[in-house]
Design a protein around this ligand. Structure first.
Ligand code: TXA
Ligand code: MG
Length: 337
C-alpha cells in the first residue's frame, strides 16, 4: 500500500488509501516530499499529459528494478527517462541530429519521446541492454515541478513507464493507478494525483538514431507535424529497436474489444457522440471529436471492466490526426491480453 498525495490548487494531502490527512497547504512541500522519496530509492507515480507514469530515480538500479517488479514487466523492455527541460538532455545522449533539436524545440514540453544513442551515464538497466535511450519532457505542471525539484535535490532524471501492470490499459487518473498498482506498491512509495490526463494516449515515440525520424509509436504529435518541423520525409525502414508497446497484445482490458461492428444488447459501446446508442447497449463514452476520443478512451475501457462487460465494441475514429494513435492502441487492445 502506498500513500496518495493529492495536489489540487495549492493544497496537498496524503491519503493512506483509506484515511487521508493534510501534510501541507503548500504544493512545494508536497513535491519536496515526492522528490526526496524518489532520491531515497522509492517509487512515485505521477500525472503526465499523456498517461500516469510510475517513476524511479533513473540512475538507481534497485529503484528501477522495483518498477519492473511492480509492473510485472520483462526487464529487457527499455524505460523512458523524463527530464524537466531539453537543456539537460546533453548528458544522457551521444548524437543529437539537427532534426531532433528542431523537434525538441517545437514539441517539448509535450507528448513526444525521442530515442537517441545513449551516453555513458545511461546504464543497461534503463535501456534493456540497448545502445539507445528514450527521453521526454512532459507538459504537465506537476510532472515538470517534480522533475525540477528532483534535479534541484541532485537527481538527474526520472525513469517512468506507464503506471499499469504489463500489457494492461495505461492509467489516465490517479484512481486508475491505484486500482492497477496499489497492492504492489510499498509504504514509502507515493502517488501524486493531478487529475485526469489531458491527452489520454501515450507519447509519440520517434527514433532519432537514423538519418531521418521514424515513428515507433504514434501519439498526439503526428507524422504531418513531424514532417512540417523537420522538413524531412519519415523513414519506415525495419528497425532493431524493440518497443514493448508494439507487442501485438497490449493496452488490453479484460473485456474483449471488438472494432467496427454493430453492438448488441449488453455490449459496451464507445463511439463519437454523433453515433447513436442502439437499444440495450451500454454507452461507455461519447467523445465529441478525436482529441476527446483519445482523452476518454482508456477510462471508458476501464469502466467496461468495472461493469464486468464481456464485450466492448468501439467504432474507430478516422483521420490522420491523433486518431492514428487511437486506432493503433485499439488494434492491440482488440487482440486481447
Ligand atoms: O506517454 C508516455 O510515453 C508515458 C508517460 C508516462 O511518459 N510513458 C510510457 O512508457 O508510455 P512505457 O514504458 O509504458 O512505454 C514506452 C515505450 C515502451 O514500449 C518501450 O519499449 C519504448 O517506449 N522505449 C523506451 N525506451 C526505448 C528505447 N531506448 N528504445 C526503444 N524503445 C524504447
Ligand atoms: Mg506502457
Amino acid at each position: 500500500m502506498c500513500r496518495t498525495l493529492v495536489i489540487a490548487g495549492n493544497s496537498a494531502r496524503i491519503n493512506h488509501m483509506s484515511q487521508s490527512q493534510f501534510v501541507s497547504k503548500c504544493t512545494t512541500d508536497a513535491l519536496q516530499l515526492a522528490a526526496t522519496t524518489l532520491l531515497h530509492g522509492n517509487l512515485v507515480a505521477f500525472p503526465t499529459e499523456t498517461v500516469y507514469g510510475l517513476g524511479a530515480d533513473a540512475l538507481n538500479k534497485q529503484a528501477v528494478a522495483r518498477i519492473y517488479e511492480t509492473k510485472g514487466r520483462p526487464s529487457d523492455h527499455p524505460l523512458i527517462v523524463h527530464l524537466h527541460s531539453m537543456q539537460v538532455m546533453g548528458q544522457w545522449v551521444e548524437d543529437v541530429p539537427e532534426f531532433a533539436i528542431a523537434l525538441a524545440r517545437d514539441f517539448w514540453p509535450g507528448p513526444m519521446t525521442l530515442i537517441f544513442k545513449r551516453s555513458t551515464l545511461v546504464q543497461d538497466f534503463i535501456t534493456g541492454g540497448q545502445n539507445n535511450v528514450g527521453l521526454r519532457v512532459p507538459a504537465q505542471p506537476i510532472a515538470l515541478a517534480l522533475l525540477k525539484k528532483f534535479e534541484e535535490l541532485g537527481g538527474e532524471g526520472i525513469a517512468a513507464p506507464s503506471a499499469n501492470r504489463f500489457g494492461h490499459v495505461s492509467p489516465t487518473t490517479a484512481q486508475a493507478v491505484s486500482d492497477e498498482l496499489s497492492q504492489y506498491l510499498a509504504t514509502d512509495d507515493l502517488l501524486l494525483d493531478g487529475g485526469p490526463s489531458q491527452v489520454g494516449v501515450e507519447s509519440t515515440i520517434i527514433d532519432c538514431t537514423t538519418k531521418s525520424p521514424k515513428i515507433l509509436r504514434p501519439g498526439a504529435i503526428t507524422e504531418e507535424m513531424i514532417e512540417e518541423v523537420t522538413k524531412l520525409d519519415l523513414s519506415y525502414d525495419a528497425t532493431e529497436i524493440r518497443v514493448s508497446g508494439s507487442l501485438e497484445n497490449h493496452y488490453s482490458p479484460s473485456a474483449h474489444v471488438i472494432l467496427d461492428v454493430a453492438p448488441v444488447a449488453g455490449d459496451g459501446f464507445i463511439a463519437l457522440s454523433e453515433i447513436p446508442t442502439p437499444d440495450g447497449v451500454i454507452r461507455l463514452a461519447s467523445p465529441i471529436n478525436n482529441e476527446d476520443f483519445a482523452r476518454v478512451l482508456y477510462a471508458a475501457l476501464r469502466s467496461g471492466d468495472q461493469q464486468s462487460l464481456t464485450r466492448i465494441v468501439v467504432k474507430q475514429p478516422s483521420g490522420d490526426d491523433i486518431s492514428v494513435a487511437i486506432r493503433d492502441r485499439l488494434l492491440r487492445a482488440s487482440r486481447g491480453r
